[in-house]
Design a protein around this ligand. Structure first.
Ligand SMILES: [Zn+2]
Length: 288
């Protein structure tokens, strides 16, 4: 566990835990006890239906085009932070973006006590940090998995120092994933309204666009979800046609170009794969 663990405090009285045993932490002030699982305090019980995912190797050039765009966006945002900035990665999972935080003052939280996180907590339910503690909060592909997102956004606003940044990625035209914990897709109109409603200023709101991606999504959908249900002959014929489509797609790609990032108004394309946002807590902020 990271030396920044002193930032983790009793959610009730916001004082440090003075009693830290192997299996529990206890607050001397008010007796609040927290279970400790493999060295990590677990503040809220894991939802019974939650899936614990296997670790997938991630990197700047791995995963979907959306993932790669996320990587570049987050790396640029974190590089722009002061070297002493305190950063909290919310919904960090197995640390998909952990390499970006190497050498940084960084804590990771998830609702599941994965080996890569410092604590397990649903921040929408319980906040085991002092207010105004962090320079940057990271929320990468998490908001769509949070059913009670207003509570989470309020908690995140409280945790940021005035002038601090909430760095977010939210998918839009991405199929359901991590079922059944996938609840929402937000348009950029909703994201802008939500940000303002929760007191943030919008420093950046960009879409990631890549029309060729949708052809790949369509062929993968047919290959995995449709063709296997067909009788043998149409299945084989279908596979042959898919290979042809994939070849034609490769030929189309140099003509239409790679994916790009642009403000939704400038892009004039209604089909963003997802959105990247930087929301700032105003320097003169109400003390929510
Ligand atoms: Zn306490």
């Amino acid at each position: 566990m990271n030396q920044l663990s002193s930032l983790i405090v009793c959610p009730d009285c916001k004082q440090p835990f003075e009693i830290k045993e192997e299996n529990f932490w206890r607050c001397k002030n008010d007796g609040r006890e927290v279970r400790v699982h493999e060295g990590k305090p677990v503040f809220t019980p894991m939802p019974e239906t939650a899936h614990v995912y296997e670790k997938v190797e991630r990197g700047p050039d791995q995963g979907t085009v959306w993932r790669q765009a996320n990587w570049k966006f987050l790396r640029d945002q974190i590089e722009g932070q002061d070297k002493n900035a305190l950063i909290l990665d919310v919904g960090a999972g197995h640390g998909d973006f952990a390499q970006i935080f190497a050498g940084r003052n960084h804590l990771a939280v998830d609702i599941i006590p994965y080996p890569e996180v410092d604590l397990a907590c649903d921040l929408g339910e319980c906040v085991p940090f002092k207010k105004n503690s962090f320079d940057a909060l990271v929320l990468m592909n998490v908001l769509e998995h949070v059913y009670r997102f207003h509570e989470l956004l309020d908690a995140l606003y409280g945790l940021l120092k005035p002038g601090g940044s909430l760095v977010m990625a939210v998918p839009f035209m991405i199929k359901t994933h991590q079922a059944p914990f996938d609840f929402y897709r937000y348009t950029h109109y909703a994201l802008a309204d939500l940000a303002k409603q929760h007191g943030f200023e919008i420093a950046l709101l960009e879409g990631y666009y890549d029309p060729i991606f949708f052809i790949g999504e369509a062929t993968r959908n047919l290959r995995f979800w449709v063709l296997p249900k067909l009788p043998r002959f149409p299945r084989w014929l279908g596979r042959g046609i898919l290979i042809l489509i994939e070849g034609l797609t490769s030929a189309l790609k140099p003509l239409v170009g790679n994916g790009f990032v642009k403000s939704p108004d400038a892009a004039k394309n209604p089909a963003a794969i997802g959105y990247h946002l930087v929301l700032k807590k105003p320097l003169r902020s109400s003390n929510k």
